[in-house]
Write a protein that binds this ligand. Structure first.
Ligand code: BG6
Length: 488
């Protein structure tokens, strides 16, 4: 039987610079916002907001600290082992590899006069290596990190100054990697800025009377910067495609009570607020009321609206890990027996029909089909699933094997649903599973939460040989790619 996946469909995996590269202070790289995130053991972790947030005092302390456990400073040593790692991805038959560029590797302080040649040369080597193996790079320009100096000097994206600095960084990349990189993404999970302003936008909200105001202002600056990057990309490389990227968590109503339906609708609307701006080029009508109710007044410059309207993205990329439920009466729902569901950027109420990962993320393959259909219907532009995966503790058996059948099951069911969505008429360009090689977790900085087809021998303290081991899922994914998604 012929595959339902179109011929051009790109199979692969995804990582981010700050979670894999390491080598945080070599070859002229500046300190990044990811390098100042200290490891916090599970028993000492507070809320997700605390874990993803940052204070001025903690920031300065971390900058001065050269001894503490900062896992993103070491990553998995991709900076030195990229050839070995890319060879393993090629062995699985990857057609695409999503990675990001570390902004402070290119502009160490963010506002330097000239880019750092050693940083640019590193990515030349990586892209050349990928091309040698016939793997297309898909590059995120900003994935949860920025030069830490931009936080100190400007409070990150809260400042309009960042727009110009980002555009200069982006156009440096477009000019340098023209012909080597065909697929670009501006900001990873741009909606994260609202939930976790430091992680998403390098913004410290400490002491702010209305943190929401700051977050929406930062987001506006990111929208404008993203649109200007789209413009410059088209001017500098007519062949390239440039997209936006959203964390798409699906929200179901907890019951069929009309108020629960309305609540879920509103949360799903907010979940797509950023792509409304980036794909349609205008702020959606519902945001006015939201801003009024939350005392938000976003400052815009003359010309911003035209910039947003005239520079629309070519495709919409998104991450999908889970769904949650919501209720207009959450206390009542919990009293009635509803459990809590965790998530990467936010939590919700549990769904009794779904199972969860060891980190409490609910596993919902059908939800992927739901969001694919809904987003395609809403935007009518090509989609790309650029993150999807299962964080789990893997065990090495006595014979040295890692039998991660749970991961295979997770991927098989999600890929199956992607196929169904394609049959439903959705235009889908590709699939890059998250963390195709084990890496440092974005939210908890753990290594023990593993996503990869390839095991990396390193623990949360950084101990281990860094040896790469093929898991059972490695051979399985190879077969999936070879059969173009048919042999699951
Ligand atoms: C996404 C991020 O939110 O989720 C990734 O774009 C991240 O960077 C992934 O790693 C999984 O989250 P976590 O916290 O388990 O690493």
């Amino acid at each position: 039987m012929a595959s339902v996946f179109p011929k051009y469909f790109l199979w692969g995996g995804a990582v981010a610079a700050n979670q894999v590269e390491g080598a945080y202070n070599v070859d002229g790289k500046g300190l990044s916002t990811a390098d100042v995130v200290r490891y916090v053991p599970p028993e000492e972790r507070g809320s997700l907001e605390e874990l993803l947030g940052m204070t001025r005092a903690r920031l300065e302390e971390a900058i001065a600290d050269t001894e503490g456990n900062y896992p993103k400073r070491r990553g998995i040593d991709f900076y030195r082992r990229y050839k070995e790692d890319i060879a393993l991805l090629a062995e699985m038959g990857f057609k695409v590899f999503r990675l990001s560029i570390s902004w402070p590797r290119i502009f160490p302080n963010g506002d330097d006069e000239a880019p750092n040649e050693a940083g640019l040369a590193f990515y030349d080597r990586v892209f050349d290596e990928l091309r040698k193996h016939g793997i297309e790079p898909l590059v995120t320009i900003s994935h949860y990190e920025m030069p830490v100096e931009l936080v100190r000097r400007y409070n990150g994206w809260a400042s309009r100054e960042l727009v110009g600095l980002f555009v200069r960084y982006a156009e440096t990349l477009f000019a340098r990697y023209k012909g080597k990189v065909k697929y670009w993404l501006t900001f990873n999970e741009i909606n994260c800025t609202l939930k976790a302003p430091f992680l998403g936008a390098g913004v410290l909200v400490e002491g702010e009377a209305n943190p929401k105001q700051l977050a929406f202002q930062a987001l506006h600056h990111q929208f404008v910067a993203s649109a200007l990057a789209v413009k410059r990309c088209r001017e500098l490389d007519g062949e390239a495609k440039i997209g936006c990227m959203l964390a798409r968590k699906l929200i179901y109503p907890y019951t069929c009570h009309p108020l629960d339906i309305l609540k879920a609708q509103e949360e799903n609307q907010m979940a797509q607020f950023c792509t409304d701006v980036q794909v349609r080029g205008v702020y959606p009508s519902f945001i006015k009321r939201h801003w009024e109710e939350h005392g938000v007044a976003v400052e815009m410059q003359p010309g911003d609206e035209a910039i947003l309207r005239e520079n629309l993205v070519d495709y919409l990329a998104f991450s999908y890990y889970m769904s949650v439920t919501t209720s207009a009466n959450p206390e009542g729902a919990v009293r009635g027996g509803a459990g809590q569901a965790a998530g990467n950027l936010s939590s919700g109420l549990a769904n009794p029909y779904l199972e969860s990962s060891e980190w409490g993320w609910q596993i919902d393959p059908v939800g992927l089909r739901v969001v694919l259909k809904e987003m395609y219907d809403r935007y009518r532009i090509p989609l790309f699933v650029v993150e999807n995966g299962l964080g789990a503790v893997d065990r090495i058996e006595a014979d040295g094997s890692i039998r991660d059948d749970y991961r295979i099951e997770y991927f098989a069911r999600h890929i199956e649903q992607m196929g169904e969505a394609i049959k439903d008429g959705v235009e889908l360009w590709g699939y890059t599973s998250w963390g195709c090689i084990d890496l440092v977790s974005a939210s908890t900085s753990e290594m023990r939460k593993r996503y990869g087809f390839i095991y990396v021998d390193q623990d949360d303290e950084g101990k281990g040989t860094l040896e790469r081991i093929r898991k059972k899922s490695f051979y399985w994914y190879k077969k999936v790619i070879a059969s173009h998604g048919e042999d699951l």
